[in-house]
Design a protein around this ligand. Structure first.
Ligand code: NAD
Length: 385
């Protein structure tokens, strides 16, 4: 039997999301029938202990504490940028310049202008460059998209996106990069997933009005006095979509919410509702149901005839959060290995930049207390960082 060719991945970042990416990459060697074998050949962390422990956990032959070792490594075909937001542009741009394909975690850049530099680097070198919008690859979201594309919901009138969590609800939680606006995005950028799903399902907004909130403005530190939180922990926005309106709301301090990412689409002939806390289900109501029996019914989206489910365990055997990362990596590596047949679901760097223009505009609208056009020069250039 002929051995499969290898595709070699270098990981920049060894934190919580890097573990999920490594898990997804290794899964692709037995699920997903890629025409190449995936190898993770090097991992980078800012901490020696963390880099070594991560390499041991996943059987990775080399580790480093300098991301330039990964982007310059001649044996690496693909770089995954999995670091805090402030360390997305540097490794991704260097990797693209070195001719390596790049998958970068969200948000692509801290601002649209930073994201645009990443788009340009990838375009100039012609590499495949993807943004880590993994929720596009949830089977229930795929089914929702197919309802819209097939016209089953009719013309869309309203969209509601929410991402509510409580991991930062306690004022005792220590300060970290996530509370510093120069290092991490705050709720608007951290939960950019709902901005991306709005674009993925409903297209481009025209303008936005919004408010931000920072309900816990100082956090304790291990080494000294409390530090000021310099980004928002929640926001609400109303967007003019041309076809109707959308609302977005996110918080990292919503007590009781674990992963309450909710997407609801209301059309002239039907509506759909999805909640990540019950991610295998899509609630659907269609007006062509018999009068008097209409209303929401819940589809358990696990049957292998649904998109993305053919390789898994069969109807009724629920998938988890990590499987969307497997699907995303399969689409990304397929685009590299079989470029003539690019997958349509994968978010490109340009998608990351378009989402960043919207997150810039959300912050600017809140700051100026007035509606902000998405394509205004300020939104393009980026007002922060
Ligand atoms: N798509 C998703 O669902 C999802 C989920 C969680 C996090 N994320 C994103 O992933 C990114 C990382 O988040 P996380 O939760 O894994 O963070 P984390 O703090 O757990 O891990 C960050 C990692 O980056 C390393 N690092 C930091 N600075 C570095 C530098 N200069 N050089 C090399 N390594 C460096 C750290 O050592 C650590 O290994 C963030 O941008 C976040 O928004 C995405």
């Amino acid at each position: 039997v002929a051995e499969k060719p290898r595709i070699r991945v270098g990981l920049v970042g060894a934190g919580s999301v890097a573990r999920a990416h490594a898990h997804a990459l290794l899964t692709l060697n037995h699920i997903g029938s890629l025409p190449a074998r995936v190898e993770i050949v090097v991992v980078c962390s800012g901490s020696v202990d963390r880099a070594r422990a991560f390499a041991d956990e996943f059987g990775i032959p080399r580790w480093t504490t300098d991301w330039a070792d990964v982007t310059a490594d001649k044996t690496v075909d693909v770089v995954a940028t999995l670091t805090p937001d402030a360390v997305h542009a540097g490794p991704s741009i260097e990797a693209a310049i070195a001719g390596k394909h790049v998958l970068c975690e969200k948000p692509l850049g801290r601002t649209a202008s930073e994201a645009w530099r990443m788009v340009e680097a990838a375009r100039t070198s012609g590499v495949v460059a993807a943004t880590g919008f993994n929720y596009r690859f949830m089977p229930a979201i795929q089914l929702l998209r197919s309802f819209i594309d097939d016209g089953k919901l009719g013309q869309i009138r309203m969209f509601r996106g929410a991402y509510l969590q409580d991991w930062a609800a306690s004022p005792d939680l220590e300060f970290s990069w996530r509370f510093d606006r120069t290092l991490g995005g705050g709720a608007v950028c951290d939960y950019v997933h709902i901005v991306d799903l709005l674009r993925f399902l409903g297209g481009e907004p025209i303008d936005v009005s919004s408010s931000l909130i920072t309900s816990i403005d100082h956090r304790p530190t291990a080494e000294g006095p409390p530090r000021a939180v310099t980004n928002e922990d929640g926001y609400a926005a109303v967007l003019d979509m041309g076809w109707g309106i959308a609302t977005l709301m996110a918080s990292r301090c919503a007590v009781g919410c674990k992963g309450r990412q909710q997407i609801e689409v209301f059309g002239e002939r039907g509506s759909c509702s999805w909640d990540m806390e019950d991610m295998n289900r899509l609630s659907v109501s269609l007006t062509d149901e018999a009068a008097g029996t209409d209303g929401f019914r819940s589809i358990h989206v696990t049957d292998s005839r649904f998109d993305l489910l053919g390789e898994w365990w069969g109807a009724g055997h629920s998938l988890g959060w990590e499987h969307a990362l497997v699907h995303m990596w399969r689409a990304f590596l397929t685009q590299i290995l079989e470029p003539s047949n690019p997958p349509t679901t994968l978010a490109s760097f340009e998608d990351g930049w378009r989402a960043a223009r919207i997150t810039d505009a959300i912050k600017e609208a809140a700051h100026d207390r007035r509606p902000m056009p998405i394509d205004s020069p300020r939104a393009y250039i980026g007002a922060t960082v």
